[in-house]
Design a protein. Structure first.
Lengths: 332, 334
């Protein structure tokens, strides 16, 4: 099946006058097939949100440079005019954000925030849009939807707000939905409900979902394929089952090792990845290259400080590592 | 909503009481006094003591205060020591002039300030924005009376475009209904009187408006920039809405919240600025009454004018809070 979204060699750098650029995304390539759920996983600062904002073309107008290509249905989104991109946003591709409270306008009713996307893209009249909005709220599980149209965001619970944002994002049945940490700001019990809802809705509508998260638990329950990002590059990609059964990159391995397990021996310490994402080397520098993860890597070799590991594909797996975790060890 | 208003109005009472005590204590602790000011060169200790007895100023300050308070509660603020008229009559005559001037200045500041601040934010970093930011900085920094004299010298004396002082030309035979010169002309269909009053109003209003205008521009600009970077504006953009819809529906309304607070605070400063502006343009409003009263230690008039100013300030800020409830639904529930 041909891809719905193809991101190729995406680079995003933030520029500031008189200072060197900050490279946030450093040559990321991945694709999403129609109806597929793809995960972008990594810790804070690895470039996953910036990648998604670049796809939506919602990065700030100034102070950044975007290179590479982002194609949807073969059409380069980066080459579109602003108004052509606005036509597609909300209709062909849409996005859900992390904090549902700050992502809704506090001073206008939720109903208008749903109907405005319907009137914009589906040419609906006010009354029809209102009926449709109530139906959408009903579909995302908001009780008493007609009355809720007149509620303001502060009158709703966190889970309900995120449901409303999902309703907005899916109002025009886009073919691609990007969810940027949609459950991070919610209570644990609500998180599961929201994930189930997302899973059910994308299955019903055939919408492809890019799930951005730092939470491997979310990935395990949801994604077909997973991209693991580190310092602006994809270090490992695999099918979900393969990745969890057999993580090859030391970073992925470390991430999985740091999840507490109910079936583990009692009293066992959790494994931690030492250092933080700030302790990385540049992937490429004037002096040559390195593996960004090297300073934190338990399997680092000398070559890791000198040569940037290339991305190697084997079957459905992509791996960027000089000294990957051997198959037997990772398989358990 | 009604309960909110009533509660806020009740809060006005202790505010005014406290202020009246402070004001009373402060006035009585100043060196000199009305007697010395009234008698001038002819003042001898005996004459001063005699006059103080007549004015009741020989009593202990608390006794004076409670006498004042008792009368004030019946609406009697005493007679001016300068004119002998009841101060309430004086104030009633001067108040429209000051309100007219202050409203004109506030209107200018708001009507120009919000769009200017908005446009500056939209073109951030461009020459238009930079010019606005620098101009507002100058606007805040220039003293009102200095600007007043500059405007008067240039536009009234040198160019002769506007009259240099007063509220209306003396040869215009205007009928006074409300005391607001511009409004009176409209009500009585004496449009030439109205126009003349308006022309007189321009320079003082501009002088008085400068500081609040600059402040409103700066706050609007900062507030718009802040809102443009907010998550819900990003959401609005992720829906593919037209830029105009994003601006008007999502940015502007949220950006106006801090601006309305500023307008309330600026109104208080406007009263202070009016004193100076009225002096420069010989306006004959409350500012003139107040300035005279300070020079001549006219206690009754001072007390009444200052308390009135405080009352206006409190009421304006109540109105601002009410406007908040209109703009922001989060305030409404409380």
């Amino acid at each position: 099946m041909s891809a719905l979204l193809e991101v190729e060699d995406l680079k995003v750098a933030f520029t500031r006058r008189g200072e060197p650029d900050t490279v946030a995304v450093d040559g990321v390539s991945f694709d999403v097939k129609p109806g597929e759920i793809v995960g972008l996983v990594g810790e804070s600062g690895c470039g996953k949100s910036v990648t998604s904002l670049a796809v939506m073309r919602l990065l700030p107008e100034r102070g950044n440079r975007v290179a590479g290509s982002i194609r949807m249905d073969g059409e380069d989104l980066l080459g579109l005019s602003d108004s052509a991109m606005r036509e597609r946003r909300g209709r062909d591709l849409s996005m859900i954000f992390q904090d549902p409270l700050s992502s809704l306008n506090p001073v206008i009713p939720v109903g208008l925030q749903v109907t405005e996307v319907l009137t914009r893209h589906r040419g609906m009249k006010k009354d029809a849009a209102r009926r449709e909005a109530a139906e959408l709220l009903d579909r995302v599980g908001i009780p008493d939807p007609t009355r809720r149209l007149d509620s303001y965001p502060h009158q709703m619970s966190g889970g309900m707000r995120q449901r409303a944002l999902i309703a907005i994002a899916l109002a025009c049945t886009p073919r691609l939905l990007i969810a940027d940490e949609p459950t991070t700001a919610l209570d644990v019990t609500i998180q599961a409900q929201i994930l189930d809802l997302l899973k059910q809705l994308v299955a019903e509508t055939g919408t492809a979902l890019v799930m951005i998260t730092h939470d491997l638990g979310v990935v395990a329950g949801l994604c077909d394929r997973v991209n693991v990002l580190y310092a602006g590059r994809i270090v490992e990609r695999a099918d979900r089952h393969e990745l969890f059964r057999q993580p090859r990159h030391p970073y992925t391995h470390g991430l999985l090792g740091s999840i507490p397990r109910l079936d583990g021996p009692p009293g066992e310490d959790l494994a931690a990845i030492r250092g933080s994402v700030n302790d990385n080397l540049p992937w490429a520098s004037p002096e040559g290259g390195a593996c960004a993860f090297m300073p934190r890597c338990p399997r680092a070799l000398e070559v890791c400080a000198e040569v940037t590991p290339a991305a190697e594909e084997a079957g459905t797996r992509l791996l960027r590592c000089h000294n990957p975790v051997p198959v037997a060890e990772g398989a358990e | 909503m009604l309960r909110f208003i009533v509660r806020r109005l009740i809060q006005v009472v202790p505010t005014l009481l406290l202020l009246s005590i402070l004001l009373f204590a402060w006035l009585r602790s100043l060196p000199g006094g009305p007697a010395a000011a009234l008698l001038g060169d002819k003042a001898t200790p005996e004459k001063i003591a005699q006059l103080n007895t007549v004015l009741g100023l020989d009593q202990p300050v608390p006794v004076q205060y409670f006498r004042f308070l008792g009368r004030a509660l019946t609406g009697d603020f005493g007679n001016s020591l300068i004119t002998g008229e009841p101060v309430t009559t004086e104030i009633a005559r001067a108040l429209p002039a000051t309100i007219e001037l202050a409203m004109a200045a506030l209107l200018l500041a708001v009507v120009l300030g919000i769009p200017l601040g908005y446009v500056a934010a939209r073109y951030r970093g461009r020459p238009l924005d930079t010019t606005t930011v620098i101009a507002t900085l100058v606007g805040v920094a220039v003293p009102v009376f200095f600007l007043g004299y500059l405007l008067k010298q240039f536009f009234a004396v040198d160019l002769g475009w506007f009259p240099p002082s007063g509220r209306q030309a003396v040869d215009i035979d205007a009928t006074h209904v409300t005391g607001f010169a511009v409004l009176d002309g409209l009500v009585t269909r004496e449009f030439d009187a109205s126009w003349d009053a308006l022309v007189h109003l321009v320079l003082p209003a501009v002088a008085l408006a400068t500081i609040p205008l600059a402040v409103i521009v700066r706050i609007t600009r900062a507030s718009v920039l802040d809102v443009m970077g907010s998550d819900f504006v990003r959401t609005a953009n992720s829906k593919g809405l037209a830029p105009r819809t994003v601006r008007e529906r999502h940015v502007l309304r949220n950006a106006l919240l801090p601006v309305s607070t500023t307008i309330g605070l600026q109104t208080g400063l406007l009263l202070a600025g009016a004193v100076l502006t009225e002096k420069v343009f010989v306006w004959g409003g409350l500012g003139t009454l107040l300035a005279q009263a300070i020079e001549r230690r006219d206690y009754p008039r001072l007390q009444a004018v200052v308390l009135l100013g405080a009352l206006v300030y409190v009421i304006v800020n109540l109105l601002v809070d009410l406007s908040y409830a209109v703009i922001d639904p989060r305030v409404r529930v409380r």
